[in-house]
Ligand binder design. Structure first.
Ligand SMILES: Nc1ncnc2c1ncn2[C@@H]1O[C@H](COP(=O)(O)OP(=O)(O)OP(=O)(O)O)[C@@H](O)[C@H]1O
Ligand SMILES: [Mg+2]
Length: 350
């Protein structure tokens, strides 16, 4: 995999060519101070967001009720560092979110913050305001990877990797309710579609094996008519969404190599000769790999990024009693009380 191949998969490189076949999106160049903010250690939301939380919780009810825990206490809301301030960028973001219908999906040049969904209220990447975007981007290792080592797996000279300048961009895409069973990743080697895999391989979707032939034929046609001659490289992967028979939507391009998840293929298979023999070219029908039965599911690839259920219940408000227990234990802790079984019994599932 080469630096040029990675650059050709960055969003602004492919979007203008494939605009008519993908989700409406807006590319916003990232100011350096915003990149610095994303790379800084602390999570401090830009000005405005904390003030809003404070006034939201400062309702009549809260102020007049004794023994109610006050979220607007200084301890909880005083930031540990100066909040950043990007007025122009912020305005651009707000206007773009509005223009795209009020709900957007964020990503940088290559990656979305898929590993950070645990931090959002509905555990998706749906953003309706700028602070949603900031929080997801700041909480994601995939975003840091885009910013710090986009060419890590490239075979080019180390100097070239360090010297190659990347113009960083924030991509906001109109939010779409996508059915994961309709998403596929396609692998192209030497300009030949050598394999297709269901995109979410931690699930069994009966629909896929039942419609295998039609799915393959639609994807093959999409590849030959739309993608093949419009993409500048010979080796790459692309993701598609098959809304219904004959209606496909392009979702993304990814480099052909280890940096991209091969899903139900191994990279040895994809890079080797077994999936495709050149003499088959005329009759070649790519294989579609999918989970064939409920027992064939693989583990969730982002499982390692998941947080304990108690944390999720607390942050989402799904179980208010856990939040109360947590705060009570904090108060006890501050008062010097200590219970030996705090850790194991306080937040146990219901
Ligand atoms: N506009 C959108 N609205 C809602 N969900 C979306 C949207 N675009 C993408 N998704 C969902 O998010 C997933 C990840 O998106 P995308 O492929 O752009 O991220 P990525 O970081 O490039 O992933 P990968 O590293 O696997 O290539 C998609 O598989 C799809 O399910
Ligand atoms: Mg991608």
């Amino acid at each position: 995999m080469k630096i040029s191949e990675v650059l050709n998969c960055s969003f602004s490189a492919w979007y203008p060519r494939f605009k008519d076949y993908t989700i409406k999106s807006q590319i916003i160049p990232l100011p350096q101070e915003f990149i610095d903010y994303l790379l800084a250690d602390q999570v401090v939301l830009p000005e405005g967001t904390l003030a809003m939380s404070a006034s939201d919780s400062d309702t009549e009810d809260n102020r007049n009720t004794e023994n109610v825990i006050d979220w607007a206490t200084e301890d909880l809301l005083t930031p540990v560092a100066e909040p950043p301030n990007f007025p122009e960028f912020e305005t651009l973001l707000k206007n773009t979110i509005k223009r795209l219908g009020g709900q957007v999906f964020p990503k940088l040049n290559w990656s979305a913050p898929k590993d950070a969904t645990w931090i959002s209220f509905d555990r998706t990447l749906k953003c309706t305001c700028t602070s949603d975007v900031y929080l997801l981007l700041k909480s994601s290792d995939f975003i840091s990877h885009d910013l710090t080592q986009p060419f890590k797996h490239c075979c080019d000279d180390e100097n070239l990797k360090n010297e190659t300048n990347v113009k960083y961009e924030l991509v906001l895409r109109k939010w779409q309710e996508l059915n994961p069973a309709y998403e596929f990743r396609c692998f192209v080697k030497d300009n030949i579609l050598i394999g297709i895999s269901q995109r979410h391989n931690d699930m069994y979707y009966r629909f896929i094996p039942e419609n295998r032939k039609e799915i393959v034929s639609d994807i093959q046609a999409f590849f030959y008519h739309i993608v093949k001659d419009n993409f500048p490289d010979k080796n790459y992967c692309f993701d598609v969404y098959r809304r219904c028979q004959g209606k496909l939507l392009l979702l993304d391009f990814n480099p052909f190599g280890q940096v991209t998840d091969g899903l139900l293929y191994t990279w040895e298979e994809l890079e080797g000769d077994e999936l495709f023999q050149a003499e088959d070219l005329q009759q070649h029908v790519p294989e579609l790999r999918c989970v064939e039965s409920p027992s064939g599911v693989q583990s969730n690839p982002y499982g390692a990024y998941a947080f304990p259920k108690d944390f999720i219940d607390i942050s989402s408000g799904d179980d208010p009693s856990k939040l109360v227990q947590l705060l009570q234990s904090k108060v006890r802790e501050q008062n010097g009380e200590c219970s030996s079984d705090d850790e194991t019994t306080e937040y146990e599932g219901t």
